[in-house]
Design a protein around this ligand. Structure first.
Ligand code: ADP
Ligand code: MG
Length: 323
């Protein structure tokens, strides 16, 4: 199968058709119309075999996660998803793999109201880059830079399960004591917090999605806002499996430094605390108030008021020693 047949068969008509699509797959570029008063929000994420996912991961799961990690960035901006482009580097044109990947991407994109409008296809080591495009009303995007001393610090959902699932892959003893199927779903099928992101417009002073670990990502938010934070780890929501892991001698470290959770961390002026609590009930997710923004410069962690220093290595970084 050649490149053009491949594109025709597996990359056309994926996802949900958007009214603003003037041209999609087939020309030299896509031509997209956004409504007056809207701003375009654009992000791209790459997944490399052996780095971001293990060899042999089911192509459906891969497609689902590729879209989810990108949608998580839109959620963090308070944006609504619209379009995506896909740069696929494939070792070979494996039709079974392509059919599964394409159908998985179609399902996930349809569910999240995204249309695939273009891309690029090349041969090489398995690498998938998805660029996501969404819209916000002009000026309404959530940024990392608006946190102010005195704001509350909030986080959605339960942290640490994705890192715990990875740990279980290497530790069969631990795996035998936990519901690995449930936590693996958290690793492979993260749920981007899009409804939450929309609901936080006009309410959150700053927002970030947690892709590389709570501590590191809160650090990015603090740096962008020029503030510090005091965070009490006992305020975190943890799953039953994570609490079991702690009973077995595990620490907060995976919840604090592990990546791949794709929850949102955000700050809200303390006077709007009850609005956030109401919102948690209406969106139907757990929102935990874990700390306070300070005039400091970094994130300080506490457990029952005592300073806490993670033992595990901090957030994952590419080029750690090089850059
Ligand atoms: P060009 O050579 O002009 O870059 P290509 O031959 O790479 O164009 O692509 C032809 C059309 O197919 C373009 O509209 C492009 O956006 C689309 N396309 C190529 N690869 C993909 C892909 N993996 N997913 C979606 N669309 C794709
Ligand atoms: Mg061209």
């Amino acid at each position: 199968m050649n490149e053009f047949k491949l594109i025709d068969q597996y990359c056309r008509d994926l996802g949900r058709r958007q009214t603003g699509t003037l041209l999609g797959v087939g020309d030299d570029a896509a031509l997209l119309q956004i409504d007056a008063g809207q701003q375009l929000v654009v992000s791209v994420d790459t997944m490399v075999e052996g780095v971001h996912f293990s060899t042999g991961l089911a192509p459906r799961l891969l497609a689902e996660k590729l879209l989810a990690v990108n949608l998580s960035d839109l959620a963090a901006m308070g944006a609504e998803p619209r379009w995506a482009t896909l740069a696929a580097t494939l070792p070979k044109a494996d039709e079974h793999w392509l059919a599964e990947f394409s159908s998985g991407l179609n399902d996930a994109a349809t569910r999240h109201n995204v249309e695939l409008v273009g891309g690029d296809t090349t041969q090489g080591p398995l690498t998938l880059s998805l660029q996501i495009m969404g819209v916000v009303p002009a000026g309404a995007a959530l940024l990392r830079s608006g946190a102010q001393a005195g704001d509350d610090v909030w986080v959605s959902g339960e942290l640490g399960d994705a890192a715990l699932a990875l740990r279980c892959q290497a530790d069969t003893d631990l795996a035998s004591q936990l519901n690995v199927k449930r936590i693996s779903r958290k690793l492979h099928c993260p749920q981007p917090q899009l409804s939450l992101g929309l609901a936080l417009r006009g309410l959150a002073s700053a927002c970030i999605d947690i892709s590389d670990g709570l501590l590191g990502d809160l650090g990015h938010l603090c740096q962008a806002s020029g503030v510090g934070m005091d965070v009490e780890l006992h305020q975190l929501s943890l799953s039953a499996d994570y609490r079991r892991y702690m009973e077995l001698g595990g620490s907060f470290d995976l919840a604090v430094c592990g990546g791949d959770d794709y929850q949102l961390a955000f700050t809200v002026a303390a006077q709007h605390r009850s609005k956030v609590e109401t919102l948690a009930a209406s969106v139907g997710i757990t929102l935990s108030r874990i700390g306070t923004v300070t005039e400091g410069i970094d994130v300080k962690l506490y457990t029952n008021g005592a300073p806490y220093e993670p033992q595990e290595s901090s957030a994952y970084q590419h080029f750690n020693e090089l850059s």
